[in-house]
Design a binder for this molecule. Sequence first.
Ligand SMILES: N[C@@H](CCC(=O)N[C@@H](CS)C(=O)NCC(=O)O)C(=O)O
Length: 234
Amino acid sequence: MTEPRPDLVIYGSPVSPFVRKVASLCLMKGVPHEVEGVNVFAPPQWFTDISPMKRIPVLRDRSVAEQGTGGTIPDSSAICAYIEKKHPAPALYPAEPMAYAEALFIEEFADTSLAAAGGLGIFRPIFFAVSKGEEPGLDKAREAWAKQLPPLFDVLETRLSGAEFFAGDVLSIADITVTQVMLQIALVAEMPLGGWPSLERHFAAMFARPEIAGPYAAADAIIRKALPSRFDLT
Ligand SMILES: N[C@@H](CCC(=O)N[C@@H](CS)C(=O)NCC(=O)O)C(=O)O
């Protein structure tokens, strides 16, 4: 028997940490969804029309509209907040107000500062160069690993300070987002986290979850075709 077509379509690629973040949230909630490939660097017109910031992911909820901008949501944070409202159980945003705000802050911190350092500083200089048949930008990546990432990891280490989760002692969007964004580095480089023991434990425990590891495996399968092994940045 074939599965019914899911209402939710995530446009993008699992190589994007923001696409994986949305996919992980759907998997943790048991929400049927599919990822439909879009090359954001050479997008078709229909995608440009629904992605004002020319970014992936964009979500379409087919139960709202099948065409046009109706029923579409750009930006992973807006998408995840929508799915939480539509499918409240299990909750992936803490109920307690301060913990809720902490989760939103950590999500934003990961989406911006951490994603810039790991994505623009490490993933892109290595993978984009190798994809074009050029030498990997290891100097830039090593500089990012040595200088940009440590203060960001320090923030995460302090916020965690031995706890299992970032906000309110519950699994939340904060844990999902930090892990998928950090995994962008792991796609191309070894990631020794010995200097940040709480973060190292959190990262390992989150990666042991199939809802995190599954979307990452889809990205890894794509990356390994061009880059068989990971670099040591230390
Ligand atoms: N804040 C956005 C960020 C999305 C984003 O930056 N996506 C990247 C892929 S990882 C992208 O589309 N980049 C296209 C480009 O740089 O032109 C979100 O959370 O969805």
